[in-house]
Design a protein around this ligand. Structure first.
Ligand SMILES: Nc1ncnc2c1ncn2[C@@H]1O[C@H](COP(=O)(O)OP(=O)(O)O)[C@@H](O)[C@H]1O
Ligand SMILES: [Mg+2]
Length: 346
C-alpha cells in the first residue's frame, strides 16, 4: 500500500511563493498526472514528495508514514527525470543494477531483476552496451528500467518523454502505460503536455500558478472544467468564451441568443463551449469564417463573436470557405458557465 498524501504543502523561494497550500491524495497504484504550464510548480511539488526539496509548510505522507523529514532513499520511491541521468561510462546492465547494488542485494537477485526489467522495457539486447553509445530513446528506456528494477512503492516521473522526438514519444507513452499498470506502483507523472496527460492518467491534477485547480479523471477535466483556466488550457483548440448578460429568470443573453443558465446574483457571467460542441444550425449566432483548416477527420474554422475569438470543429464533409457566413449553435447540454471574478465554474 502506497497512498501518497500531500497536506497543505507550501513552498516559498525568498518572497516568491511557488506552491500555495497544496492538498492532494494519490491512491495506492493510481497513475496521477500533474499537468500545467511551465513554471506553475510541478517540479517543485514532485521534488518535495521525493525529498529533494523541503516544504516551507505542510506534510507529506507515503504509505501511511510521514516522510517529509526522511531522506529520499528512505521513502520507498524511484525517480525518472527528463535528462535521463544515466551514467554514460557504465553499461546498460550496470546502470539498471546501480540502485540494487546500493541496496546490497545479493548478486543473483540483482541479475534476476536487471534481466526481467530489461525484458519488460525491451532493452535486453542492449545490456552490454555502454549507455553513452545509446540513442536518446534507448537511454530513456534505461532510466525507466532502472527505476522499475528497484520495485518501488512509488515512481515519480518529471517530463520523462519530453526530450524524445514525436514518434518515439507516442511509442514510449503507450509502453509506459502498459508497464506501469502491470507494476502496481503508485505513479506521479509530471508533464506540460495535455495530450500526454489525457492518455496516461487515471486522474489529472491541473496546476496553475502554484495551486491545484482541479483533480479529476481526464474525461471530467475535459468535459467539466472546474475553472476557466482548465477549459482554456486543456483541449486543442481550447474552449471558446463569450460574455453573458442576465436576461432574467435564470436566462442569459449570449451573442443574441437567450439561453438557460445558472441562477447567479451577478449580472454578467461567462458562457463557454468546446469547439466540437457547436453545430451549423439555422437559429444560432451568425459568424463570418476567417480561417479554414481542413485537418482530415475534421475541419477547424476560426471566426469571432462580438470581438471574441471563436473556433468550431465541423464535420470534414461540410464545405466551407474563408468569408462564408454561417450560423452556429451550441449543443445545450455542453454549455458551461464561469464566474468572471473567481473564474470558478457556476
Ligand atoms: N530553487 C529555486 N529558487 C528560486 N525559484 C525557484 C527555484 N525552483 C523553482 N523556482 C521557481 O518556482 C516556480 C515553479 O518552478 P517549477 O516547479 O520548476 O515549475 P514547473 O516544473 O511547473 O515548470 C518557477 O517560477 C521557478 O522559477
Ligand atoms: Mg518542471
Amino acid at each position: 500500500m502506497a497512498e501518497i498524501s500531500i497536506r497543505k504543502v507550501a513552498k516559498h523561494f525568498g518572497n516568491f511563493t511557488a506552491l500555495h497550500s497544496v492538498d492532494l491524495t494519490i491512491a495506492d497504484q493510481e497513475f496521477l498526472v500533474l499537468l500545467g504550464a511551465s513554471g506553475c510548480g510541478k517540479t517543485t511539488l514532485l521534488r518535495i514528495v521525493a525529498g529533494l526539496e523541503t516544504p516551507s509548510q505542510g506534510e507529506v505522507w507515503i504509505g501511511g508514514r510521514r516522510v517529509d523529514h526522511l531522506p529520499p532513499r528512505d521513502r520507498g520511491i524511484a525517480m525518472v527525470f527528463q535528462n535521463y541521468a544515466v551514467f554514460p561510462h557504465l553499461t546498460v546492465y550496470e546502470n539498471i543494477a546501480f540502485g540494487l547494488r546500493m541496496k546490497k542485494l545479493p548478486q543473483d537477485e540483482v541479475d534476476r531483476r536487471v534481466r526481467r526489467t530489461a525484458e519488460l522495457i525491451h532493452i535486453e539486447q542492449l545490456l552490454k552496451r555502454y549507455s553513452g553509445q545509446l540513442s536518446g530513446g534507448q537511454r530513456q528506456r534505461v532510466a525507466v528500467a532502472r527505476a522499475l528494477a528497484m520495485q518501488p512503492d512509488v515512481i515519480l516521473m518529471d517530463e520523462p518523454l519530453s526530450n524524445l522526438d514525436a514518434l518515439l514519444r507516442l511509442e514510449m507513452r503507450a509502453e509506459l502505460k502498459g508497464v506501469l499498470a502491470a507494476s502496481k506502483t503508485t505513479t506521479v507523472y509530471v508533464t506540460h503536455d495535455q495530450v500526454e496527460a489525457m492518455s496516461l492518467a487515471d486522474r489529472i491534477a491541473v496546476m496553475h500558478q502554484g495551486r491545484i485547480v482541479q483533480a479529476a479523471s481526464p474525461v471530467e477535466v475535459y468535459r467539466n472544467p472546474a475553472a476557466r483556466f482548465v477549459g482554456s488550457f486543456i483541449g486543442n483548440p481550447p474552449m471558446n468564451f463569450i460574455p453573458a448578460k442576465k436576461a432574467g429568470d435564470g436566462r442569459w443573453s449570449v451573442a443574441g441568443m437567450t439561453l438557460d443558465g445558472p441562477r447567479a446574483s451577478r449580472s454578467e457571467i461567462e458562457f463557454a463551449i468546446r469547439p466540437e460542441d457547436v453545430e451549423v444550425a439555422p437559429d444560432g449566432v451568425p459568424i463570418t469564417v476567417r480561417v479554414v483548416e481542413p485537418l482530415g477527420a475534421h475541419t477547424l474554422i476560426t471566426s469571432d463573436v462580438e470581438g471574441h475569438l471563436f473556433r468550431a470543429v465541423l464535420d470534414s464533409t461540410t464545405t466551407v470557405r474563408t468569408g462564408d457566413r454561417l450560423t452556429l449553435a451550441p449543443k445545450p447540454d455542453r454549455i458551461r458557465w464561469f464566474d468572471p471574478d473567481t473564474t470558478a465554474a457556476l
